[in-house]
Design a protein around this ligand. Structure first.
Ligand code: NAD
Ligand code: UDP
Ligand code: UDP
Length: 342
């Protein structure tokens, strides 16, 4: 990076969290790939509110214009329909690289495309970062730990991943994306950041997403049985989207490469999750057992001590507080006063 570039970043680091958002601070030019998706659109909201200029790059595979439509007409917002598998020329200061389907149903739909997005797409965005001296943040995943033999998972754990399974396009893809990120950092001096995101939920998730929280919430609202895969004793740790976005921004503005686990350590079995959804939506909601999917990780829970210590970050919204916020968004979209997003 040029001195000019690093000065901009020092300014950003200095002002983050100290000056009221969007004040006394030169706006950055930021690309958010996958910015029309669930997490990306919430991140875009925060960056725009902070006073930055944001370019969303998205191919709309799982993303929707509705998620970012409220920024149309803002001169600091731009939306480009583009597939990151193809090269892209832009001049920017920071790149948040989120483009990749995240739900198992979506990433298994076209596994070769998923691998290309993770490998070629990440390579292109790193090439872009190198050319313009931008800082690059990769949204990796807890799936890099596979079906973990360590519990909870620390960043130092190398994982237990099947390289030839039906989930490999995603978890091995993200592992390769992490490798590329570190090699551009070591080999080309690109400033990089790596987040390993654990299961996240919130408003704007696709209704037909296939992920467990969106499935249970949509099913309970529609008075359909909640589909529990396997015996329902497998665990996940669910993070509310605003906590994740705060973590991603602190990571980008901070001085540490990572990887950092970003997740909520509150761990639930799928049966416990179904219970919380019942309490939140409908005490009479029923469950129905279905066969589990192949290579489903048995348990997952982040050790977040590194992020706590080095980023001063920890989640604030637990499942019982976050779920109702998502439910009101889903209610509106299912029963339709057509107010998309929220
Ligand atoms: P999402 O599916 O809602 O968003 C992904 C976005 O990327 C969509 O807008 C989609 O259209 C876009 N996209 C996909 N392939 C693309 C391509 N080739 N070119 C351009 N755009 C493309 O998923 P999300 O939950 O918002 O996840 C965002 C990122 O966070 C992903 O990289 C995902 O792997 C990571 N992540 C999410 C979670 C989670 O629980 N939400 C957990 C771990 C990691
Ligand atoms: N790339 C891109 N935008 C840029 C610079 C590079 O999309 O602004 C792509 C480029 O097409 C290449 C990849 O990023 O496929 C890696 O670029 P790099 O310069 O690191 O490697 P090289 O082009 O030498 O293979
Ligand atoms: N799951 C479930 N019912 C559903 C969808 C998923 O019981 O309708 C289970 C799934 O088998 C897994 C867990 O919920 O054990 C989390 O799945 P999800 O697809 O949300 O995310 P993952 O962590 O597997 O990527």
């Amino acid at each position: 990076p040029t001195n000019h570039q690093s000065n901009r970043h020092v300014a950003a680091v200095h002002s983050f969290g100290k000056v009221p958002l969007g004040i006394k601070r030169k706006g950055l030019r930021i690309v958010v790939t996958g910015g029309a998706g669930f997490v990306g659109s919430h991140l875009v909201d925060r960056l725009i509110a902070r006073g930055d200029s944001v370019i969303v790059v998205d191919n709309f595979f799982t993303g929707r214009k509705e998620n970012v439509m409220h920024h149309f007409g803002n001169p600091r917002f731009e939306l480009i329909r583009h597939d990151v598998v193809e090269p892209l020329l832009l001049e920017v200061d920071q790149i948040y690289h989120l483009a990749c389907p995240a739900s198992p149903v979506h990433y298994k739909f076209n596994p070769v495309k998923t691998i290309k997005t993770n490998v070629v797409g990440t390579l292109n965005m790193l090439g872009l970062a190198k050319r313009v001296g931008a800082r690059f943040l990769l949204t990796s995943t807890s799936e890099v730990y596979g079906d973990p033999l360590q519990h909870p998972q620390k960043e130092t754990y190398w994982g237990n991943v099947n390289p030839i399974g039906v989930r490999s396009c995603y978890d091995e893809g993200k592992r390769t994306a992490e490798t590329l990120t570190m090699d551009y950092h070591r080999g080309a001096g690109v400033e990089v950041r790596i987040a390993r995101i654990f299961n996240t939920y919130g408003p704007r998730m696709c209704l037909d997403d296939g992920r467990v929280v969106s499935n249970f919430v949509a099913q309970a609202l529609r008075k359909e049985p909640m589909t529990v895969y396997g015996d329902g004793k497998q665990t996940r740790s669910f993070q509310y989207v605003s906590d994740l976005v705060e973590g991603l921004m602190r990571l980008m503005e901070g001085e540490h490469v990572g990887p950092f686990n970003l997740g909520n350590p509150g761990e639930f079995t799928m049966l416990e999750l179904a219970k919380v959804v019942q309490e939140t939506i409908d005490p009479d909601a029923t469950i129905e057992y279905r066969p589990n999917t192949e290579d489903d990780p048995h348990k997952r829970k982040p050790d977040i001590s590194r992020a706590k210590e080095l980023l001063g970050w920890e989640p604030k919204v637990d499942l019982r507080k976050g779920l109702p916020l998502m439910v009101s968004d889903f209610r509106q979209r299912i029963f339709g006063d057509h107010k998309e997003g929220s």
